[in-house]
Every structure is written in structure tokens, then in C-alpha cells.
Write a protein that binds this ligand. Structure first.
Ligand code: PR8
Length: 467
């Protein structure tokens, strides 16, 4: 699977009923029912996390050209990626309208209207919308799409720079919790100057290592400073009566999160879904013979009800096909726990549980503790998926002091850690020499030399082959 990851990924989307990429527009796909549910559950997790401290809003999808064009650096970053609406019916529009590639230029003119005094601050809004980017790099389902269907974007405004920096830390904690719930490990780094979000002071990024060793940026958090505030004239009257520009941040995660769940946990048999996002946390598979069929099915329904009462999502696969086929299907679709029940099990008052994460089979008594036992197995499976994924990441980050070693390490599937002086020209030289991208800096250091110059090292940085 590691060798043919791209092929595996492509096939699993179709076979597990996640998305259908045959929609006749490049970079746009259909969410199929099973995929839609994974999307829904993961969206609910991030919503819940954001709802603690943010309000959800919904802005129009179209942005007037004048607004989009206002912030020079920002528009430059997106100008090649914007889809335009130029006509209404037969009529050429006086003003062209952009399909939002992201919503800064839709939201901030309204912030300028809403924010008056320090009492209005901070403002912390988020929305979950589709955004459009005419990506020129190779498109891939979920990973690089032209319609991002699940763009969770948060936009905040604050009275001081300190508060905006704190907000960046808050977003980091929120995203950590989000990815922890999905059992997804992450590398957090501060992007180099030349790779930050267009218009941002600095960008913090979450990257994951996919099974083929390539990293995927699954979330970004940007401190926008006062750039947009100045462009869109977002000011407030402070306690001292002075009019000041606000400080802003924004953060976003997309459909890529689902790609990371599929890629990082999957194995040669198919998906292995974390219980928190799996459409069915438990799938009950009856083993039916002519004799005793009704009794077995009745017991299965009873188990289903018992587990649902405990708050679980349960599926009873009573399709009229061979049990072996059902096993394969649910293995492919990654249900965390299967419960098998045949006439003999019924006689013995047990069910055979099988964990998808490690394939372990466990006999569970059919008694009042069943739900508690099932919940315990799901917890173990959750923990194990997370542990395996973190181990994989830990094993795939390697430090080197020798720049010549970087290409062979990256080609062997590693993300490489190295000492860097932080100098932009040296950084670009490292990228050019190795052919890979510097993800960013992870921490400040005070010892050692830069990998590519005589300067003292200032940072531990990461370099990788990226999606
Ligand atoms: C912002 N503004 O826009 P960002 N396909 C799938 N996922 C994508 C794609 C794509 N074509 N492009 C980006 N992403 C800020 C923050 C509001 C929210 C994902 O930031 O351009 C990436 O995971 O960095 C990226 O980290 C995230 O969307 C946010 O996009």
C-alpha cells in the first residue's frame, strides 16, 4: 500500500463509497453517502470545538471584484485561482463577481461596519462553506480540489497584537484537539516568510505525513496583523478615545482532513475509521442458517437497540448475502467493531467481537454489560489507532546535520529535521539544492551551526516532499 499509495487512495474513495470523481468538472467530486457521513461527523467535532468560543455565521458566496482587489498582497496570492461570474442570464454584469477562494474580502468590509468601539471586540466568527480555487497544480480528490466543499474558516478581530497572538495559540489548541479526536498525528510549524498566507504577518501550519512520506498541510492559522484592517478600514474607538486599527487572525481546515483520516489509518484491507467519525461504530453481522434464523435476527435487533441506547451508532447488516462478503465489506469500510452472532453463539449467549484496528477477536457475553464492554473496546481501538499513527510519525522524522543526506532521507519517506539560521536566502538555497520544501520552523535553538551556512543555527526546521 505504501508503494502504491496514490492508487490505493484513488480506489478506496470509490470502493468505500466516499466520493465519485466522475463528475464532469475537473477537481470537483460528489460526496457519496458513506463519505458524506464521515464528513458530517468530523464537521460536528470541529463545530463543537469552535462553538465554545466562536459564533457561526454564513456569508454570501460571491465577492464583488472591487472588494477582492482591495488588498494587494492578498489578491496577488489568489489572482490565478479565482473563478469569476461575469454574466447574469444574458446580461454582462457591471461588476464581476468572484466565487470566494476564501472569505477575507467578503467578511472584512462587514467587520468594518460592525466594529465601532473596544466593546465590540474581540469578534470571533466562523463559517463552514464551499470555496473555489482554480488550482493549477495536479488536482486530487479531497487533497487538492477546485471546489473545497467543507471549508471551515474562522475570522477574529482583536484590540491588541497580544490578544491576536493568544488567539493563534487558541486555534492551535483547538486544532490539536480536533486532530486528536481523529487519531491524526501532526507536525506544527511556523511557515517560512515566502510560504505564508497572502496578507499574513505569519502562518502556523499543521502537516501530516501520509503513508508515501509526502506531507499534507491539513490546517493553517494566520496572524493577519493590521494588514486587512488598514485595507478595509476596520477601526475601533479604544478606552482612551483613540481610533485604532484592529488586529486580525484567521484559520482554516478543509476536506483534506478526511483525506488524512483515510490515508493515515487505512491498510491493505481498506479503511480503519476512528470511532468518533465512523458512520457506524458497530456493525452487527448475523450468521444465518435456515434453522434458528428468526431467533438470531431478533437477538441482533435487540443488541442493536441496547447499544443505541448507550449512544452508539449501530448498523445491523441483514442483507441476504454470504457473511464472508459482509465481513469484507465492513473491513473495507473500516467499521471499528464488528459483532458476529450465529445460532451457536445464541445458544452460548455470546457474540464474537472483532476490532478493525488490530483484528483481535473477543468473546463478549450477551448480558447487561454488553454496551459497557463494547464502549471499552471502542476506546481501546481509538487509542490504538492514535498510538500507531503517532508511532509512524515519530519513526518518520529524522534529524541530520548533513545537507547532502536530505534527498536520500526524503526519498526514503522521511521528513527531515535540520538546524537553520533562519536567513531567507539560505532557506531558499536549501530548497533549491535539495529540491524539497521547507515546511517551517518548529522551535528556537541556541546551539549548533546552520546546515547550509557558517551562521549559528537559530531554529530547528523541517523539510519534506509535499503534496
Ligand atoms: C485560508 N482564510 O484560506 P489557506 N483543496 C483542499 N484543501 C485545501 C485546498 C484545496 N485546493 N487549498 C487549501 N486547502 C485562510 C484560513 C480563511 C481560513 C486547505 O487559508 O489558504 C489546506 O489544508 O491556508 C489549508 O491549510 C486550509 O485549506 C486553509 O487554507
Amino acid at each position: 500500500m505504501v508503494e502504491n499509495f496514490d492508487e490505493w487512495f484513488h480506489d478506496i474513495l470509490e470502493n468505500a463509497n466516499i466520493t465519485d470523481s466522475r463528475y464532469p468538472i475537473k477537481g470537483m467530486a460528489v460526496w457519496m453517502p458513506y463519505g458524506f457521513q464521515i464528513r458530517k461527523h468530523s464537521m460536528n467535532i470541529i463545530k463543537k470545538l469552535l462553538d465554545k468560543d466562536h459564533d457561526e455565521v454564513l456569508f454570501p458566496m460571491l465577492v464583488p471584484e472591487t472588494e477582492l482587489a482591495k488588498e494587494g498582497i492578498h489578491v496577488k496570492g489568489f489572482e490565478d485561482e479565482v473563478y469569476w461570474v461575469t454574466k447574469g442570464g444574458q446580461t454582462e454584469l457591471n461588476e464581476h463577481l468572484a466565487l470566494r477562494p476564501t472569505s477575507e474580502t467578503a467578511i472584512y468590509p462587514m467587520y468594518a461596519l460592525w466594529i465601532r468601539t473596544h466593546i465590540d471586540l474581540p469578534i470571533k466568527y466562523y463559517q463552514i462553506v464551499n470555496t473555489f480555487r482554480y488550482e493549477t497544480k495536479h488536482t486530487r480528490p479531497l487533497i487538492r480540489v477546485r471546489e473545497i466543499t467543507t471549508f471551515k474558516e474562522a475570522h477574529t478581530a482583536h484590540a491588541t497584537r497580544e490578544e491576536s497572538d493568544e488567539q493563534i495559540q487558541d486555534f492551535i489548541e483547538i486544532y490539536k484537539e480536533f486532530f486528536d479526536d481523529l487519531d491524526i498525528p501532526y507536525l506544527i510549524s511556523k511557515r517560512p516568510e515566502w510560504d505564508k498566507f497572502p496578507g499574513a504577518d505569519y502562518t502556523m501550519a499543521f502537516d501530516v505525513i501520509m503513508p508515501n512520506g509526502k506531507t499534507l498541510q491539513v490546517g493553517t492559522i494566520h496572524n493577519l496583523g493590521q494588514t486587512f484592517a488598514k485595507t478595509f478600514d476596520i477601526t475601533f474607538e479604544d478606552k482612551d478615545g483613540e481610533h485604532k486599527y484592529v488586529y486580525q487572525t484567521c484559520a482554516g481546515v478543509s476536506d483534506r482532513v478526511i483525506a488524512s483520516i483515510i490515508g493515515i489509518h487505512g491498510d491493505e484491507k481498506g479503511l480503519r475509521l476512528p470511532p468518533k467519525v465512523s458512520p457506524n461504530q458497530v456493525t452487527i453481522i448475523p450468521i444465518l442458517f435456515k434453522k434458528g434464523k428468526e431467533e438470531v435476527l431478533a437477538k441482533c435487533s435487540e443488541i442493536k437497540a441496547q447499544l443505541e441506547d448507550a449512544g452508539l451508532r449501530v448498523n445491523l447488516d441483514d442483507r441476504d448475502i454470504r457473511p464472508g462478503k459482509k465481513f469484507n465489506d465492513w473491513e473495507l469500510r473500516g467499521t471499528p467493531l464488528k459483532l458476529e452472532l450465529g445460532p451457536r453463539d445464541l445458544e452460548n449467549n455470546i457474540t464474537i467481537a472483532m476490532r478493525r484496528d488490530d483484528g483481535e477477536k473477543i468473546e463478549l457475553p450477551l448480558d447487561e454489560n454488553l454496551a459497557a464492554n463494547v464502549l471499552e473496546l471502542l476506546d481501546k481501538s481509538d487509542e490504538n489507532l492514535s498510538k500507531m499513527a503517532w508511532n509512524f510519525q515519530d519513526e518518520h522524522v529524522k534529524f541530520t546535520e548533513n545537507i547532502e543526506e536530505i534527498p536520500e532521507l526524503v526519498e526514503a519517506g522521511y521528513v527531515v529535521k535540520f538546524n537553520w539560521c533562519g536567513d531567507e536566502s539560505i532557506g531558499k538555497e536549501i530548497e533549491e539544492k535539495t529540491g524539497y520544501d521547507i515546511l517551517g520552523i518548529q522551535e528556537e535553538i541556541s546551539e549548533g551551526k546552520c546546515i547550509a551556512s557558517d551562521n549559528d543555527a537559530k531554529y530547528l526546521a523541517l523539510i519534506a516532499k509535499t503534496y
